[in-house]
Write a protein that binds this ligand. Structure first.
Ligand SMILES: Cc1cc2nc3c(=O)[nH]c(=O)nc-3n(C[C@H](O)[C@H](O)[C@H](O)COP(=O)(O)O)c2cc1C
Length: 435
């Protein structure tokens, strides 16, 4: 069995699976149950000045019966007293010395406030602290959370204050509500961060109740923009993790990957794109702590199948497989191929290609009133759309064509000494307006 243990900025964790700061880490009793279930670490629900929450806080986007594909909340930081949390941190660390307890913090922007709370949570036994510069609702209107994370100077300065006070590692949790995540990560590094965690939630309105006309989640006759997370945000999180991992400025800065993680495959993807470990919130709110068992088994089996002895061997292997568009091979050619044995003649690929892509699928009505589809090879641009809409697994596949064309980037194509000819592109749209 592959070794799943990881070391992130000096913290030894039995595995890369951590709980993100959120309702699943509200109390010591919950975190104890999570550790018993197999989670390697937990980031405590953000502590700070006690707040009051509103009633009705969550809303979701369900897609075709799949519940909570996107999840939104307007919850603030912990509504429990600091004293209770500190007692429980101490108790959890006493009972689970081998698990990692990171405590998330958010206080007003002055060095004394940070110094006081950091000393308190270190005294209670926190293995590390995470600075919450990410929550985009409620606290940001009070000058905290993403109000800090959106301004690189504030991120740098406050990280510096925390570093001056802390003796344990400092994680900086970044907000995705910005244009370029590398700017925020660089600011955290400049402030002395030992690691970054991302992503926090994305500003959102999940929908509007069409009877009351109030957006969701409903609080009386109003709502507020919330923080979006869950499976829908995973692609955004992966892109941001990869961008930081690839940035030479933040080279070596450990990344704790967060956003839409629910399965061992999700975990593997985040690690491949540069994360040292991962954190989970929505999937645990949906299915409970037990999902970590599948993560253990699935990731171990995957590493075994790849002949890897440790999860650390997987880290970052896909980072240099992400490149700018201009570095792609414009002579790489794939074309769609339909397996007629598997085709259920639904005609979806035909409609999608006809109306939404490149008119490269022909359809015929048979005597049995079935739609027979066929790829028109010369018109196919290999865009993948037909294979994406096809409801039958493995029915439409994209086949690579080796036609002797030379590897060529866009810049090479523009240059005077092209390495070869451009593979001929199909001509579309020549019928309208011509006799
Ligand atoms: C209800 C709820 C409360 C949250 N509270 C916090 C919080 O107190 N501190 C924090 O840093 N992040 C908080 N988050 C954000 C999560 O830690 C996490 O970054 C985000 O949900 C993305 O992960 P996911 O897609 O696995 O949910 C909260 C998320 C949710 C859904």
């Amino acid at each position: 069995m592959a070794d799943l243990s990881v070391n992130i900025c000096g913290l030894e964790s039995p595995n890369p699976f951590w709980l993100a700061s959120a309702p699943p880490t509200n109390t010591g009793e919950q975190i104890a149950r999570a550790f018993d279930a197999g989670w390697g670490g937990a980031v405590w629900k953000t502590l700070g000045e006690p707040i009051e929450n509103v009633y009705s806080r969550y809303s979701s986007v369900d897609i075709n019966g799949q519940k909570m594909m996107g999840f939104s909340n307007i919850e603030l930081i912990t509504d429990r007293s600091l004293e209770d949390n500190l007692i429980e941190i101490e108790e959890v660390k006493r009972r689970y010395p081998d698990n990692v307890v990171v405590v998330s913090l958010m206080v007003e922007s002055n060095p004394d406030a940070w110094d006081t709370i950091i000393k308190q949570v270190e005294q209670a036994g926190a293995d590390a602290i995470e600075l919450n510069f990410g929550c985009p609702h409620g606290m940001s209107e009070r000058g905290m959370g993403s109000a800090v994370g959106q301004v690189p100077e504030y991120t740098c300065d406050i990280t510096g204050w925390a570093k001056a006070s802390a003796t344990v590692p400092v994680f900086v949790k970044l907000t995705p509500n910005i244009t370029d995540i590398t700017v925020a990560a660089r600011a955290a590094k400049d402030g002395g961060a030992d690691a970054v965690s991302l992503i926090n939630t994305i500003n959102s309105i999940t929908g509007v109740d069409l009877d009351s006309l109030v957006p969701r989640p409903v609080v009386g006759d109003k709502s507020s923009h919330g923080g979006y997370c869950g499976p829908a945000v995973k692609p955004i999180a992966l892109n941001m993790v990869a961008a930081i991992a690839a940035d030479p400025y933040t080279d070596g800065l450990p990344i704790s990957g967060i956003g839409g993680i629910a399965t061992w495959q999700d975990v593997a993807e985040f690690i491949l794109l540069g994360a040292t470990n991962i954190q989970v919130c929505t999937a645990v709110m949906h299915y409970g702590y037990r999902i970590v068992q599948d993560m253990h088994e699935g990731l171990s089996n995957y590493l075994d199948s790849k002949g890897m002895a440790s999860v650390n061997e997987l880290r970052g292997l896909s980072v240099n497989k992400v490149t700018d568009w201009q570095n792609l091979d414009i002579n790489y050619v794939v074309k769609a191929s339909i397996d007629q044995e598997k085709c259920v003649n639904c005609g979806l690929c035909y409609i999608a290609c006809q109306d939404g892509a490149h008119q490269a699928i022909a359809a015929e009505r048979t005597a049995e009133d079935k739609t027979m589809v066929k790829v028109i090879d010369d018109l196919c641009v290999g865009c993948n759309l037909c294979s994406l809409v096809c409801p039958v697994q493995g029915c439409i596949t994209m086949q690579e064509r080796e036609l002797g064309q030379t590897h060529m980037t866009w810049n090479e194509y523009l240059s005077d000494d092209k390495p070869g000819e451009l593979y001929p592109r199909p001509k579309h749209g020549l019928t309208i307006g011509r006799a």
